[in-house]
Design a protein around this ligand. Structure first.
Ligand SMILES: C[S@@+](CC[C@H](N)C(=O)[O-])C[C@H]1O[C@@H](n2cnc3c(N)ncnc32)[C@H](O)[C@@H]1O
Length: 304
């Protein structure tokens, strides 16, 4: 697949301007009146979110890097934790990429639309919005956040036509519009480049030891019955895991610092056998059957 990166006038071209310090961090004052300052963190509940695992990852992050790349962005827990000054965030899901771009560039408008959803929220309204197809990117972003905050299990799932098809969740008082958090997220995103692209595109960008790439792909199933691969209509197959491993190796040979999360299974341990593999203890939280929620091991592979 050929991929042409779009130019972001704020982030600049990371390849040409590798240490571009023209813009002071947080040049736009975006605090709305009477807002408390909060730390940025994931604003969407996303399958495979890494917030709970950060304490175990902490000792494995490289101590130094200039540019950060996250090709499977999802909820972006690691990005928000590290808060790198120069980052390129990528995902193959157009609706998700649109949300991040809208928050970065139009956070006030997103908050305005989300407040309307909050004020009108009820069962009937949820299904009305779920069936709608808003015309503008900002309305689309507000719709996705609204549905994510109110849908069953907060699980983003699309059918084969790419339509969001999750029923309403049973929340008493969902926090639909967290304005302070969205403003903090917008600030953290100010100097990021956000791209809609497949993971291989990172090869066009990350080139040397000053770069850090974190891969959090859809996990390889640990058994025939556990299909963790259906994040959206794009299935992540064993062939994709093998192509991802090739990309990991190519980057590692360039001296790029690479880190990857995945399930603890024979295929992944075999693919990455030449690299340090760290065992991580995780709680499997997104499973429709309560009795199947428990502790499992996962792996964290590093190239360094
Ligand atoms: C495990 S989730 C990422 C979780 C995230 N790191 C977090 O903390 O919430 C995987 C993401 O990879 C994206 N994805 C799936 N296949 C992809 C591909 N071939 N290239 C790029 N992104 C892909 C999905 O859209 C999804 O957002």
């Amino acid at each position: 697949m050929s991929y042409v990166p779009a130019q972001n006038p704020v982030a600049g071209d990371l390849r040409k301007n590798r240490v571009d310090r023209r813009f002071p961090l947080y040049h736009r004052a975006m605090q709305l009146p009477c807002m408390k300052v909060v730390r940025p963190r994931p604003f969407l509940k996303w399958a495979g979110g890494k917030s709970q695992l950060i304490p175990q990852y902490e000792t494995h992050f490289p101590p130094q890097f200039l540019h950060y790349y996250e090709p499977f962005l999802g909820g972006g827990a690691v990005f928000f934790h590290l808060q790198p000054q120069r980052a390129m965030l990528m995902d193959i899901n157009p609706a998700l990429v649109n949300v991040y771009r809208c928050i970065r560039d139009h956070v006030e408008a997103v908050i305005e639309h989300l407040s309307l959803h909050r004020d009108r929220h009820c069962q009937e309204y949820y299904y009305q919005i779920r069936a709608s197809q808003p015309a503008t990117p900002v309305e689309q972003a507000a719709r996705l956040i609204y549905l994510n905050k109110t849908c069953f299990n907060g699980l983003y799932r699309e059918n084969s036509k790419g339509l969001f098809n999750v029923p309403i969740g049973r929340y008493k008082n969902p926090l639909i519009c967290d304005s302070e958090l969205l403003v903090a997220v917008a600030q953290a995103l100010q100097f990021t480049q956000i791209e809609l692209c497949p993971f291989e595109a990172v090869l066009d960008w990350a080139s040397d030891a000053s770069d850090f790439v974190y891969f959090d792909p859809p996990y390889h199933p640990i058994s025939a019955t556990s299909k963790f691969t259906a994040y959206n209509r794009y299935c992540f197959t064993e062939a994709d895991q093998r192509r991802l491993c090739d990309v990991f190796i190519t980057l590692a040979r360039r001296g790029v610092k690479v880190m990857l999360s995945n399930s603890d299974c024979p295929l992944i341990r075999q693919l990455y056998q030449d690299f340090p593999i760290h065992t991580i203890l995780a709680a499997r939280s997104i499973n429709s059957k309560a009795e199947k929620r428990g502790k499992i091991t996962e792996v964290l592979v590093t190239s360094y």
